[in-house]
Design a protein around this ligand. Structure first.
Ligand SMILES: [Zn+2]
Length: 264
């Protein structure tokens, strides 16, 4: 879905790159896509990594089976729906200053290309601006909000959350987004497990304040939180075996109705 950037919303990279690719001949080069830099810049005027984002999106579209890589920076379009891919492209190079920033951007791009709404039949989630309160993605159809968390390796039950104040406020106002946890393996550039947790099951006692940052810290006085997700019912969106979208949504509805019963 296209959105008006002047309203502060932007279309995700997958849609933008596909938009351009669909207007090109079936066989095209990387330069044919980057030649449309002005088009991308209109959507992301403050993004300094447009060329890297284009390359990364093309590679993931290739991993998804939407494009065929012909070699020598040439691609061929395969018409049809993109397929789910567990592959994460961590090879986005020197544009990112730290390894953790690089990993976060790589997983977010994977999420833009592969995640879908568990509450309705929409097959993509739309990235929200970086400073959006306690949510990273939204379904533009049913308005469900999603918070994405990712980590290398396995998750022990406790998650590092965002700022404590806004998080506890969101819980009290009943506005906690669904939480999606991505466990990935850098060695194989792949997601291993991806689980969705219902936001309504993240209650006040599960949000644990952390110590305020010291006076000498860059963000002095800032207070984060830990979210305890141990024993919260969850649904696997990706696992070492393929998960069918419709079965995932069915499992999600079962978890949701269990959550509603326990809330009564
Ligand atoms: Zn939805």
């Amino acid at each position: 879905m296209k959105t008006d950037n002047s309203a502060g919303r932007s279309t995700d990279w997958k849609t933008l790159v596909l938009d351009v690719v669909r207007r090109l001949p079936r066989t095209f080069s990387l330069n044919d896509v980057t030649a449309h830099e002005d088009f991308f810049r209109r959507h992301y005027p403050r993004n300094n990594f447009i060329a890297a984002k284009i390359r990364q999106s093309l590679q993931i579209l290739r991993d998804q089976g939407t494009l065929l890589f012909l070699g020598n920076a040439h691609y061929q379009r395969i018409d049809g729906d993109p397929k789910f891919s567990p592959l994460v492209n961590f090879d986005i190079g020197k544009d990112y200053v730290s390894a953790s920033q690089l990993a976060r951007v790589a997983v977010e791009t994977w999420a833009e290309l592969n995640l879908y709404c568990v509450n309705c039949s929409v097959r993509e989630l739309t990235r929200l601006p970086d400073n959006t309160r306690v949510r990273d993605f939204v379904c533009t159809s049913c308005q469900t909000g999603y918070q994405l968390k990712s980590l290398q390796g396995r998750f022990g039950g406790k998650l590092t959350g965002a700022a404590y104040g806004p998080t506890i406020e969101a819980v009290r106002e009943g506005l906690m987004p669904e939480h999606i946890l991505v466990e990935y393996d850098r060695r194989f550039s792949t997601v291993v497990w991806v689980h969705a947790y219902p936001g309504q099951l993240i209650t006040e006692e599960r949000v644990i304040p952390r110590k305020r940052l010291s006076e000498t810290a860059r963000r002095k006085g800032w207070q984060g939180c830990t979210i305890d997700l141990s024993d919260v019912p969850k649904v696997a969106l990706a696992a070492p075996t393929h998960q069918d979208e419709e079965i995932v949504r069915e499992n999600w509805r079962a978890v949701q109705s269990k959550a509603r019963r326990s809330a009564r």
